[in-house]
Design a protein around this ligand. Structure first.
Ligand code: HEC
Length: 122
């Protein structure tokens, strides 16, 4: 019996198991990356008030284009929790999943906004 080989086996098996375990772990818990393209699709339902490209048509609705994703996600989470309330947004935010919120925020924050200074005479 080759004792050296026997002794070397368990750690090798363990490494195999760990490798497989890590791979399975990666498969079962996928990293949730925001999907701006999916957000664009979801944003169709928002465009009535917030505009097709996040520039609001409704004078009561804020522009969302170019807003930071952190702020957008927080606002939507706040409408869901009740920390922020609005008769329209509370109803609209309610059915959104965490992934919906991330994707919508990714879409609106990816829109590029440019501003111009008004021609103000000194
Ligand atoms: C019926 C009109 C309407 C629709 C449709 C609508 N919103 Fe709004 N949204 C508003 C109004 C009005 C406000 C301002 C509410 C307030 O004062 O808190 C608002 C506020 C927000 C805010 C907070 C922005 C800020 O600057 O504080 C976010 C984020 C938002 N909406 C996202 C969405 C998303 C995402 C959708 C689609 C899933 C959507 N809204 C659909 C009317 C609408």
């Amino acid at each position: 019996m080759n004792l050296t080989r026997l002794a070397a086996r368990p750690p090798a098996r363990m490494m195999q198991c760990m490798t497989i375990g890590l791979m399975l772990g990666t498969l079962t818990v996928p990293v949730q990356a925001a999907d701006a393209e999916r957000g664009r699709e979801l944003a169709r339902q928002c465009s009535v008030c917030h505009g097709k490209l996040g520039l609001a048509n409704d004078p009561e609705a804020p522009h969302l284009a170019g807003q930071s994703s952190l702020y957008l996600e927080k606002s939507l989470a706040d409408y869901q929790s009740g920390a922020r309330a609005d008769r329209r947004m509370t109803l609209i935010a309610e059915p959104l999943s965490p992934a919906d919120i991330k994707d919508l925020a990714a879409w609106y924050s990816s829109l590029v906004v440019s501003v111009e200074e008004p021609d103000v005479k000194p």
